[in-house]
Write a protein that binds this ligand. Sequence first.
Ligand SMILES: Cc1cc2nc3c(=O)[nH]c(=O)nc-3n(C[C@H](O)[C@H](O)[C@H](O)COP(=O)(O)OP(=O)(O)OC[C@H]3O[C@@H](n4cnc5c(N)ncnc54)[C@H](O)[C@@H]3O)c2cc1C
Length: 386
Amino acid sequence: MKILISGGGIAGLTLATYLLKQGITATVVEKQKVFKDARGFGVAIWGNGRKILKEIDLDKDLAKKGYAFPYYSGLNNKGKELCHLDMKKFGEKYDETLFINREEFHEILEKGAKKADIRMGSYIKYIDEKEDGVSVTFDDDTQEDYDLIVAADGINSYLREEIFQHRNLKYYGWTSWMFWTEHISQPPQGVVQVLGPSEYFCLYPVGGGKCFGYFASPAKPNTPETREERLAKLHKSFDDLGWKVPRIIDKIKDPDNIFHTDLAKVETKKWVTNRIALTGDAVHAFCPLTGMGCSLAMEDAWVLGEELKAVDFDPQKVSQALKKYEKRRKKSVKTVQSTSQMIWSICGMRTNFARKMTNLLLRVFPGSWKTKLWTYLLERILKQKI
Ligand SMILES: Cc1cc2nc3c(=O)[nH]c(=O)nc-3n(C[C@H](O)[C@H](O)[C@H](O)COP(=O)(O)OP(=O)(O)OC[C@H]3O[C@@H](n4cnc5c(N)ncnc54)[C@H](O)[C@@H]3O)c2cc1C
């Protein structure tokens, strides 16, 4: 079977690695000349993602480099703890969640897929889907035919737009900034989240005193921002959050080290055509708060690989395999999306009143109840069968 994967991100490289293990060398076209955007931020890999990494023999590499954070702590803007999750206990049941610099994680996946035909700086210009295959024209005007095209080209997927003639991208109404820091005094061991009236901040330690910080606040989409304005804007929007937030912003000296992006989600009715399958963010990007995007992208890649294997990689049976892939993934991903939406509704308040009421509710609930609520929400995600 001749397979073309568009996008050498999390889903694309996971699938390429899986296929290599089955003796199939897929072609991967990656638009970037080098994986520079992979540097942007840190990612959490949950038990469900690690299960896939174990299947493709890469979990031990993650275990060497990832940081297992011992707890998650949610604070209000006065620094009072509203909820606390013991991640160690959680890890005993679902495997430890590991936090890692995205660049390092990408290198692990690149290592797995290194024998695939990876073409950097290349992308699809046109596709012509026929009953027995897909004709592809690349950016350099060369043409090739494939039995299957896999869209793993991320949240702004070209292939999704091409197939559905629609972007299927919905803005959350929030924008976000991410940065790395090594210089804050007494960095926390666990993840700390601070919930303000219409601001959100989270600090994720990755070990060795290094942390990844994440700010979010409501904004109109594509609100312009120059590098000169950026730090002042962060101070203006987030100083009121209290805790260590103003001092953390003070430590960011170079605005170029801040990665800024609007928060958007993707929802599509269909995941596949007869010869094209969408995977990862291309088909189900959603709010990054639960940190599940990478784990789900890997699950998609693995399930797709398994369904292709179930038809013995027979080019005549691609459509059959794709239908099964969609059926297996759609329902459980929907549950993860809706649960993330619930978590987002608790964390992403737009008004002072809504935040005060939510914080009040969280405060009057006994600690054990709050832990139960967060445990319930996370387990609802992790219990999903693939
Ligand atoms: C702020 C933020 C924080 C996040 N935190 C976490 C977290 O903690 N844990 C987690 O699991 N997830 C997190 N995510 C989500 C996670 O990054 C994504 O869900 C995940 O990367 C999706 O993998 P993917 O393979 O679908 O897409 P990507 O990893 O985005 O890969 C897409 C690839 O396709 C390439 N590409 C794009 N267009 C084309 C084209 N036309 N042709 C060829 N190549 C193309 C891109 O360059 C890229 O390499 C976060 C996301 C954001 C925005």
